[in-house]
Design a protein around this ligand. Structure first.
Ligand code: NAI
Ligand code: DG6
Length: 471
């Protein structure tokens, strides 16, 4: 086991049993009412008990689109870390790492120690799966083994690929369900690994694949994650997804089975910056009036997105990200007012996986002034997306081991099937009905951090630093 779970709170509110970490936690919120222009704010306290199962399962992850740039890169990165690989590039020796992973490569402040702030890796807060221990499998409509698919992706340095190839070429994607009208026509030539038969037979084969993987690999739990091509939006079908009620019914099976579903599209680069920058501008009292985002990229994702219907799906997931921040400030924005927001994506084969993103943020500042921020970002897209894939599955697995109850309802329950805590990792978060969608980067990150602290009976991180304010 690669787990290093090093945080143990010294609090009477926390109990370690053989099976669980059990923490009593006071959750403080406020409710607001308004009468004749006056707000009345009432603090509320709900007493929770959180139970986190301590034993970490052997985790299997099945990727839909395993042979793509993300699928091959994340599999290769985990292998390289597990094998402790290093390789030479023209700028020196590089060593495998998990940079870009919230859980593996970022830290949280536990509190003050004798020498000041004590920061620990996020992964050490609670017992969780280490990426090195994940077993991968999956499906792809392209039959290339993962060694050749990694080469096709052109993401990793050649010297690393040479070391990984003997391992990667053993891995072969399972045939998948291919409905051509959902992805761009330009993908047809790689679709040589597809399931035949009726839709019901194909679904049954997918279920068999999951059981087969579980049995052969000996994993305790399987998480399925979509990293296949961006699909066009679904048609509105009466009785299936035409009203709020029918739409909700399509996720009922997940609720019945206690399975989680997350949001859409990995929030990896340009959109992540947007969820920071607009938060900064609006929180600082500056008024973004226009946001224009250009991208060009030359990988297969870009090729697929060169078709209008697939681009439209991506445009939607990239565009909604500022809504909550804009809506939160009624000093700057009238009801319904929004900044102009334009997203452009172009396919330029020559740049491969090295995506270029150019953004222009124009804001109104004091006394009619204008502030324009322009940004140019170049990066290997899949090296940003792969750590997010790892965080998504590890966080989801952890959430399956957490249950909680309140004083009013002492029956332990799991998180809602729509797992909104994954919002940080998704361009288009999904939340339970009636819950607010949060896109702001720091609020999303703080939510995960404080939730884990609650599982240890620790107060939320409040950054007040009152202990340093006293004479
Ligand atoms: P990719 O095009 O390299 O990989 C997608 C893979 O899915 C391909 O190998 C394709 O053959 C396969 N595929 C298509 N339909 C399938 C089906 N029905 N069943 C099984 N496999 C199927 O794309 P990439 O770069 O790996 O991205 C994957 C997804 O993640 C895309 O939706 C992309 O928009 C999204 N994304 C990618 C990021 C990146 O950095 N590469 C960042 C954020 C999101
Ligand atoms: C061009 O925008 C292609 C997309 O697939 C993105 O590269 C990907 O969704 C990442 O988007 P972002 O906005 O997080 O950089």
């Amino acid at each position: 086991q690669s787990i290093n779970h090093c945080c143990r709170p010294g609090s009477p509110d926390v109990k370690y049993t053989e099976e669980h970490i059990e923490a009593r936690y006071s959750y403080h919120t406020a409710t607001v009412s308004r009468c004749r222009g006056t707000y009345t704010v009432t603090p509320r306290t709900t007493r929770f008990t959180f139970r986190t199962q301590r034993s970490v399962p052997k985790l299997g992850v099945m990727l839909v689109g395993w042979g793509g740039n993300n699928g091959t890169t994340v599999t290769a990165a985990v292998l390289a870390n597990k094998l402790g690989l290093s390789w030479r590039t023209r700028t020196g020796v590089k060593t495998a790492n998990y940079f870009g992973s919230l859980l593996q490569a970022s830290t949280v402040c536990l509190g003050m120690g004798p020498d000041g702030e004590v920061n620990v890796p996020f992964r050490d807060l609670l017992p969780m799966v280490h990426p090195n221990d994940i077993v991968f499998d999956g499906w792809d409509i392209s039959s290339l083994d993962l060694g050749r698919a990694m080469e096709r992706a052109q993401v990793l340095d050649w010297a690393l690929q040479e070391q990984l190839r003997p391992h990667m070429e053993q891995l072969k994607p399972r045939p998948s369900i291919y409905i051509p009208e959902f992805i761009a026509a330009n993908q047809e030539q790689r679709a040589d690994n597809v399931l035949m038969g009726s839709k019901a037979e194909q679904v049954e084969q997918i279920r068999k694949d999951i059981r087969d993987f579980k049995k052969k690999s000996g994993v305790d739990k399987v998480i399925v994650l979509w990293t296949a091509n961006t699909e066009r939006m679904c048609d509105i079908v009466p009785g299936v997804n035409d009203t709020a009620a029918t739409l909700l019914a399509t996720i009922q099976l997940a609720m019945q089975q206690g399975a989680f579903i997350g949001g859409d599209d990995f929030k990896s680069g340009q959109t992540k910056v947007k969820s920071v920058l607009v938060d900064f501008l609006v929180s600082a009292g500056l008024k973004p009036t226009s946001i224009v985002s250009y991208n060009h990229l030359g990988n297969n994702d870009g090729r697929n997105l060169s078709a209008p219907q697939q681009f439209r799906s991506k445009e939607i997931s990239k565009s909604n990200v500022v809504d909550d921040m804009v809506r939160s400030n009624n000093v700057l924005y009238a009801p319904g007012e929004k900044p102009d927001h334009c997203v452009v994506i172009k396919y330029v084969p020559n740049v491969g996986d090295s995506k270029r993103a150019m953004d222009e943020y124009t804001s109104e500042i004091m006394m009619g002034g204008t502030n324009t921020i322009v940004m140019h970002n170049t990066c290997e897209d899949s090296l940003l997306a792969s750590p997010i894939i790892l965080d998504l599955v590890i966080l989801t697995e952890l959430c399956q081991r957490i249950t909680f109850c309140t004083e009013e309802d002492p029956h332990f329950q799991t998180f809602h099937s729509v797992l909104s805590v994954l919002s940080y990792l998704c361009k288009a978060p999904l939340v339970p009905e009636g819950a607010p969608v949060i896109n702001s980067f720091f609020r999303q990150r703080t939510c995960i951090e404080n939730l884990m602290r609650a599982c240890l009976g620790l107060p939320p991180q409040n950054h007040m630093q009152l202990e340093h304010e006293m004479q």
